[in-house]
Structure formats: C-alpha cells, structure tokens
Design a protein around this ligand. Structure first.
Ligand code: GAF
Length: 356
C-alpha cells in the first residue's frame, strides 16, 4: 500500500507532506559512536515512509500499515510504551521547537524489519522530522535533523545511542557509505566498490535495541571514561592501556574502542581504493574484536560469520548494536546469489535482508 493510500484509508484525507528515510547497515565501527570514534555505515534501499497532515487540536494520531489500531494521544502528555512512541516524540519535539502549533495526523509504511538492527527507529524519527520540516519550512539542515532524531531516542525513549544511525539515514544516498567522525560530525561519502555486494543476513536471533545489554556496554564505557579521565576512549594509547592496572573487562572494552576506531580509518582507505580484500580482512578483525573484547556477539552469529567466510566472502562481521540481529558480508557480486543460497542452506533460522 502506498503512503497516500494508507493515509486516505485511515484519515480520509491526503497527506500534506511525505518523507522517507532508509534503513542502514554498518559496514564497520561498532559501539564507538558514543566513545569518540569514527564509523562507516551505508543506507539500504528498504526504509520507512511517512505521510503527515497538521491539525488544530494538540493531538497526535498515528497509524501504521503494520498495526490495525490507530494510536491517539495529546501532545502535552507522555507515551511510555508501544510502537508509536518514537513518532509521537518526534512530533512533540518539533512542536516544542516551535515548528508548528496544534497537532498532527501521521501514517507510516515500512518495509524494514523491526528489531533487526537496521535502524528502523532512527529511520522513523528522521522521516517524521523531515516531513515536519518541509511543512513548516524551518531552515534546518539534515545534520540538525539527525541530532534531533538522536534526542528523541536519548531524552524521550531513554535509549542511550550514539549519532551513527541518525546520520546514516538522514544524509547518505544508496550505493554510498558514510565515513563519519562522531565527535565533529564531519563526514565524507565514499562509493561502495563495483563488483562486490554488501549483503546483510539476519541471524534469526531477534533483538530489541533498547534492551539492557546495549545499555550495559554503554555504562561500562562510561565507567572506563571516568577511570581514565577522558571523554574519548578511541584515541587512547593502546600500549598504555595494556600496561595500566585496570579490571580485565574494562581493558578489553577500551581495547575494542581503540582498535575498532583504527580499523574504520583503514577501511575507509580500502574503500576509496576499491580494495575489497583489505576491507574484508578488517571486517574479520572487527568481528573478532566484538566477539572477544566487547563481548557483544552470540554463538549463532559467530557460526553464521564462519559459514559466510567458509563459503567465500571476502569479509563478514556482526553489524549493529549486537546480541542478535544481522551480519554483513562482502561478497563478489558475480558469485553472491549462489553464496547466499549456500550460507542460508546451512543456517535455516537465518534469512536475507533483500536489498537488491
Ligand atoms: C545502535 C546504536 F543506535 C548506535 O548508536 C550504535 O551505537 C550501534 O548500535 C552500535 O555500533 O545501532
């Protein structure tokens, strides 16, 4: 169903503005967007589309093609749970900023799976904010939209994420990766190399981004920052960290941040040169670091990565917040369909995120 059809069906009217934001896969650079590091995500063709209409009453009415019920709530109130809360708080933040007065009707269509680590919530918040920007004609850049979408998660939802997902889905076009400095927000877009596919396979293990394990890692990193007296774990000296008297788990979390940040810089260089073999090796090293030092993988994901490599991928790694969700593999395009079939045959619980 198109967004216009859904809007008509649920509200009996035409949307005044429509906006779309894609999902994203992170090529490399995990859990370092809140630790001062660089990241390298790319958008996928699947995404979230919203249609919106402003109304006089200060009420948000939110409909989705995924759920039969419409959610309606006054904008001065709170929405503690449920699928509509991301959209509700994006609308509310825009209203608090004076982009409009009154309320809004919102319809949402999506071909992104939730809980897959593909940033469906960032895509939803960015799409809502972009639609409201176009209606209210405020002079707000895409980078500012990304920052606002992050505020929705951090301040209203209580998800302590970094800025990677919002920047990836607010800024880049399909076919490009975003090499992003998460401190300065300076970025470069780098084309994905010809002749290779970057394939996301869902492990079949579902995860909730807002779950406790993401938060636990974030808290461990906050403790490390306090102990080491820095805001940036990624630019510390690895030799010093290896010598310092630190609890073993803190040392390993920090080691991941330092080495992952380096790998992202090297991966950006490999991408610019179209050097898929080098990129693949860096992806593999990243997976080992996530598994052993950051401890955010699971046996089912390690097994899927191992099969991906055994069947001929140049590189493969867990992608996203961890503890479930997807892997991303770099595979020669000419061989990728057969590769995918061989891998999925060995992992019946896994499935492809179709993006081609
Ligand atoms: C999730 C978060 F939302 C991101 O900010 C990032 O930390 C990622 O997990 C891990 O790299 O997607």
């Amino acid at each position: 169903m198109t967004i216009e059809e859904l809007f008509r069906k649920r509200f009996g009217a035409e949307p005044e503005a429509v906006a779309r934001a894609p999902g994203r896969v992170n090529l490399i650079g995990e859990h370092i967007d809140y630790n001062g590091g660089a990241v390298l995500p790319f958008p996928i063709s699947r995404g979230v589309t919203v249609g919106i209409q402003l109304t006089e009453e200060p009420v948000a009415s939110i409909a989705s093609d995924r759920f039969p019920d419409m959610v309606t709530a006054r904008l001065e109130g709170e929405m503690r749970e449920g699928w509509a809360r991301y959209a509700f708080y994006a609308i509310r933040l825009a209203k608090d900023l004076g982009w409009f007065s009154g309320g809004a009707r919102l319809a949402i269509t999506s071909d992104l799976s939730d809980g897959a680590g593909l940033s469906s919530s960032a895509a939803l918040c960015v799409a809502v904010l972009k639609a409201l920007r176009s209606l209210s004609q405020v002079g707000v850049t895409d980078v500012e939209i990304a920052k606002l979408a992050r505020r929705v998660e951090n301040e209203f939802i209580g998800m302590p994420c970094g800025i990677m997902d919002q920047m990836a889905v607010a800024i880049v076009r399909p076919g490009e990766a975003l090499f992003l400095d998460t401190v300065t927000l300076e970025f470069e877009t780098i084309p994905l190399p010809d002749g290779y596919d970057f394939i996301a396979l869902h492990s079949g293990v579902h995860r909730e981004l807002a779950d406790g394990r993401y938060r636990a890692r974030k808290e461990e990193c906050d403790v490390a920052k306090e102990v080491l007296g820095t805001d940036n774990l990624c630019t510390l000296d690895l030799a010093e960290i290896e010598k310092a008297s630190l609890p073993d788990s803190v040392r390993r979390r920090v080691r991941h941040c330092i080495t992952e940040h380096r790998r992202v810089g090297l991966a950006a260089e490999a991408l610019r040169k179209g050097d898929a073999a080098r990129l693949g090796r860096l992806m593999n090293e990243s997976h080992a670091s996530m598994r052993d030092d950051f401890e955010m993988s699971l046996p089912a994901i390690d097994a899927l990565v191992a099969t991906a490599l055994a069947e001929g991928a140049a590189g493969a790694r867990l992608t996203g917040g961890g503890f479930g969700g997807c892997i991303v593999a770099c595979v020669e395009a000419a061989a990728s369909d057969a590769w995918q079939q061989r891998v999925l045959r060995q992992h019946p619980e896994a499935f492809a995120i179709e993006d081609r």
